[in-house]
Write a protein that binds this ligand. Sequence first.
Ligand SMILES: NC(=O)C1=CN([C@@H]2O[C@H](COP(=O)(O)OP(=O)(O)OC[C@H]3O[C@@H](n4cnc5c(N)ncnc54)[C@H](O)[C@@H]3O)[C@@H](O)[C@H]2O)C=CC1
Ligand SMILES: CC(=O)C(=O)O
Ligand SMILES: [Mg+2]
Length: 471
Amino acid sequence: MQGKGLDGKTIILRVELDARSVGFGAAAAAIEAAGGDMIAIDVIQTGRDRTVRDLTVKIGDSASTERISQSLSAVPGVKLVNVSDRTFLLHLGGKITIQPKTPIQNRDDLSRVYTPEVARVCTAIHEDPSKAFTLTIKRNTVAVVSDGSAVLGLGNIGPYAAMPVMEGKAMLFKQFADVDAFPICLDTQDTEAIIAAVKGIAPGFGGINLEDISAPRCFEIEQRLRDELDIPVFHDDQHGTAVVLYAGLLNALKLTGRTLATAKIVVCGIGAAGTACTKMLLAGGARNIVGIDRVGILTVDKSYANPMWQWYAEHTNPQRLSGGLTEAIAGADVFIGVSAGGILTRAHVTSMANDPIVFAMANPEPEIRPELIEDIVGVFATGRSDYPNQINNVLCFPGIFRGALDCRATVINEQMKLAAAEAIASVIGEDELSRMYIIPSVFNSRIVEEVRRRVIEAAQSSGVARRQPRE
Ligand SMILES: NC(=O)C1=CN([C@@H]2O[C@H](COP(=O)(O)OP(=O)(O)OC[C@H]3O[C@@H](n4cnc5c(N)ncnc54)[C@H](O)[C@@H]3O)[C@@H](O)[C@H]2O)C=CC1
Ligand SMILES: CC(=O)C(=O)O
Ligand SMILES: [Mg+2]
């Protein structure tokens, strides 16, 4: 299985070798002995007495940068000059930039892009504000807004630490759907302040993608912004995740001979993603969903201060189960994890129905690693890029916003989300479907186009499109 046994971290070791006393094989052996996997060698300098090389090393689960560095430094004639992390190198100075669309080469250019001539464009927009969509970046620009309160599964790490994820989302928007997205991390976790800030910046954007804002605040923030703005506001962790989960689950159920209506589904982590996934499954016809969070199984026999948990308890768990994960998962057909890494055990999966479906979607560490259960699981998926069956909202948000921007939709509604899920599922033909291929890869070039097309159709038929796109 791809990614097996590796935590994905790759380092670059710059080493100086004394050519008279050490061969390169000794250095390579020291790295391997410490659990590293050398994947590239670059010669930086050669000489009669010494050579300098950069060794790119993938770190295995049992290894660490320190262990490999120590093992290498212990080889006589090897000097470790520097250790760098490839991922950190890629983040130096951030991951995106802004480029002008036309050069400014002379005063004539200057007077058109800037004063005095720009004033005529400003006046035109003042007279007809809808012209902001044609005469400014609003047409193609989305704000990726976070308060840093639920960043991946890392928790409340704040707005500065959230930036790399938001920059990453902006890259994905651009690369996959040519949407110009801008990361905005707010230094507040106050609901009213976030709503005011997003409303304040909205004139420059054609859509708002809320990201990694924790539950239950995310529900009110999204609802209020949807009500008060005339551009789509979409909390990706809720709806992007639900759309992709729904697409993948339909295929997994088909492969294991189950139906949504009869499957027993356990959802672990009733936050932003868990709540939205459940709502989409209920709308699709699921009847036996059991939700579990840190407080145990959510049941109508208890009451909860969190209003979303109260709603959840009233709309799920028809058998009124109580207890913890062990009680919830016994006999279940499907486990959907959007909670925290490593909380599911092999014993839990053994207690599920035959041929179980396990979607361990917490990031970056899934609820369970596939290698622990690959002999007993029916269909397995994670949110990660380094295992097969990646159920990740990146399959949804570029295409759904591409469609919404192109038809200038006022909202992204239920019909558009369902259309996106059907589009994603449809990219895999019946003859291609297999347990290792229930969801298309993000690099499948048909996804964005198919999602866009169906989302535009849904926006038009549900009356929220303000424009007929050209093609
Ligand atoms: N694969 C994908 O596309 C996506 C994955 N996720 C992942 O799902 C997880 C949750 O994300 P959000 O819903 O946005 O966060 P959230 O903070 O809104 O919700 C997380 C919920 O999980 C619960 N939880 C945490 N530890 C738990 C445990 N040990 N047992 C039971 N419940 C537990 C929390 O109490 C909370 O209710 C994160 O790891 C995130 O990376 C989220 C969105 C998309
Ligand atoms: C994928 C994503 O948005 C998350 O894990 O939060
Ligand atoms: Mg997220």
